[in-house]
Design a protein around this ligand. Sequence first.
Ligand SMILES: Nc1ncnc2c1ncn2[C@@H]1O[C@H](COP(=O)(O)OP(=O)(O)OP(=O)(O)O)[C@@H](O)[C@H]1O
Ligand SMILES: [Mg+2]
Length: 237
Amino acid sequence: MTSNERFKTYVEGFDKILEGGVPAGHVVLVSGTPGTMKSSLTYYMLYHHAKENGKTGIYVTLEQSRESLVRQMEKMGMKAKEVEDKLNVLDLGLIRKKLKQISGGGSWMQVFKSYLENLKENLKYDLLAIDSLDVLETMADIENRRTELFYLFEWLRGLDATVLLISEASPEKILEGSFDEGYLSDGIISLKMQVVRDVETQRRIRCVKMRETNHDPSYFSLLFSGGKFQVTKVISE
Ligand SMILES: Nc1ncnc2c1ncn2[C@@H]1O[C@H](COP(=O)(O)OP(=O)(O)OP(=O)(O)O)[C@@H](O)[C@H]1O
Ligand SMILES: [Mg+2]
């Protein structure tokens, strides 16, 4: 991985804001409340890197099944067949099966980590998405959140991949002083729904933080149409 490489989000207009994209090796939170298109946007990025850039991606879906996620993405125009050699979607069912084979009595988190390390050796993935941090935490039965998150981020950085970590935190939560993962991450992309008027709700995206990047931290409108994501300046409030 070259140090100045950046991974485009492929969201039209947004990459320019990010000086070209997410710096290679960053661990970035993609956060937002339900339905703000966290999964779609993250999958979109991995999908386009696989299709247009020859990059290998792993999408770990802990909440939604592989079938349901792939069906949803197909409906949005992202055909799994076109990226079958490059984009691997793993769900909990699949992981559980593998875990049984490799589990040597370690904790869920330890086994989960060694599974992804194994995959790194075999598939040499460039991009890793985990959907979501919240479910991962629940499954890991974390006792000391602050410490365990610290070690999780350390470990993610050591993977030599660019990581997108989906978080269910709301924009308000992100700004709280005690939002540990906000400090630990290299970047935060926040998604929200904005009620403009009773009859109009818009999707918004903003880069709250991106280390090594001089970015505009404002909200932009996020549109998905014709199989493409795009951002535009907010014109009405
Ligand atoms: N073809 C489409 N075009 C535009 N928007 C769509 C399309 N298909 C689904 N959506 C929107 O995407 C939303 C779901 O997106 P997604 O599952 O990525 O959100 P999420 O933030 O991951 O949600 P969750 O918190 O439930 O995981 C739907 O609620 C719907 O509004
Ligand atoms: Mg989702």
